[in-house]
Ligand binder design. Structure first.
Ligand code: PLP
Length: 375
């Protein structure tokens, strides 16, 4: 079986450094908001080529706290992609804001900048583009539209640590960016974790208060904050893994290139990389209307796969109470996407094994590769 993800194996590659990090924290006697957190924040900001990093408890909090810090609340509209993980939506509704979903670009699945301007109203406060599957959203036109309308842009970079758009890292493209260190992300902790990266010093200072009971000085509370902190153990683990992130991302890129080469000519949609983007391939997502049959046939051939995501956000029961506009593109992506295995747990030549299984599985379900005559 080619596993979709193998966190035991991924973390085993860092075991001595992770054990040393855990020993250091245990011996320090200081477990929340200490030296490891501060060092990780500096190191992750430098990695993102951005001035400030504020670590928090998870990616959803990172998104939500930025919106709160910007004063986004009831009566305000937040533009989100219609095709994303639900956390992007939850961050805005947790702040009390009204969601305005925008459909994806047909090739990349990321928020389509061409549809952005039509979604802006006098109530719009912020845009939250998602760097979905590890590929940066088309940030250049998104920032141009935002600047024209005086809007804030929050990158949802939970799947895109280290990716670049026109040479610049995610985290340095919008007014702020939210990252997740959930174990399965490209940079994953041994539990939950998250961070905000920004060039805005005042925003960073406010977030430091918000994450810690609204307090900058012990027992003085200027804001009604939350408890959302990255504990020292997770910060130390992330510090052990961060120096290897570029190597692991390069492995993903090489793996994706081999998959793309080996999957040519099959009746499936392959992931498209936009010119100027350097994705980090959190997921390798193909498209086919025969998704469910292909997934079952792949499993029978020993290749695991997952669906990101099977239900569009507006079709979730959590959002059933709202009269959404028609969002056919989001629904088509939800119906047709299939994520193939990719990651540091796989050897490069597993790419050809996966592609061979896809080719065979398509035959199994009666959708063989196009013959030359038919092509
Ligand atoms: C994982 C993820 C989040 C949420 O991160 P958590 O740390 O799990 O809260 C937000 N947005 C996207 C796109 C994600 O993939």
């Amino acid at each position: 079986m080619i596993e979709f993800l193998d966190l035991r194996r991924i973390n085993a590659a860092h075991e001595p450094a992770i054990r040393a990090a855990a020993d250091r924290v245990l011996a320090s006697g200081w477990y929340v908001l200490g030296a490891e957190n501060e060092a990780f924040e500096a190191e992750f900001a430098a990695y993102c080529e951005a001035p400030h990093c504020v670590a928090v408890a998870n990616g959803l909090d990172a998104l939500h706290l930025v919106l709160r810090a910007w004063g986004v609340g009831p009566g305000d509209e937040v533009i989100v992609p219609s095709h994303t993980f639900i956390a992007t939506w939850l961050a805005a509704t947790q702040a009390g804001a009204t969601l305005v979903p925008v459909e994806p670009d047909a090739r990349t699945g990321n928020l389509d900048p061409a549809r952005l301007e039509a979604a802006i109203t006098p109530r719009t406060k912020a845009i939250v583009p998602v760097h979905l599957y590890g590929q940066p959203a088309d940030m250049t036109p998104i920032m141009a539209v935002a600047e024209r309308h005086g809007l804030k842009v929050l990158e949802d970079a939970a799947q895109a640590h280290g990716a670049r758009h026109r040479g610049r890292r995610t985290g340095s493209l919008g007014h702020a960016a939210a990252f997740s260190f959930y174990p399965g992300k490209n940079l994953g902790a041994l539990g939950d974790g998250g961070a905000i990266v920004t060039a805005d010093a005042a925003l960073a200072a406010k977030l430091r208060e918000l994450r810690n009971y609204g307090s900058a000085v012990k027992y003085r509370h200027d804001l009604q904050g939350v408890n959302s902190r990255l504990d020292e153990l997770q910060a130390a683990v992330l510090r052990a893994k961060l120096p290897h992130l570029d190597t692991e991302n390069a492995h993903r890129r090489g793996f994706a290139a081999r998959l793309t080469a080996a999957l040519q000519g099959l009746p499936i949609g392959l992931p498209a990389v936009q010119a100027g983007n350097e994705p980090v391939w959190h997921l390798y997502v193909i498209r086919t209307p025969a998704r469910d049959a292909l997934q079952a046939a792949l499993k029978a051939r020993g290749v695991a796969s997952l669906v990101h995501y099977p239900t569009a956000c507006h079709r979730q029961r959590a959002y059933a109470g709202t009269a959404w506009p028609a969002l056919p593109a989001a629904e088509a992506w939800a119906r047709e996407v299939l994520s193939l295995p990719i990651g540091p747990h796989l050897a490069l030549d597993d790419a050809e094994r996966i592609a061979a299984a896809v080719r065979g599985a398509l035959q199994d379900i009666g959708q063989p590769a196009r013959t030359l005559a038919a092509a």
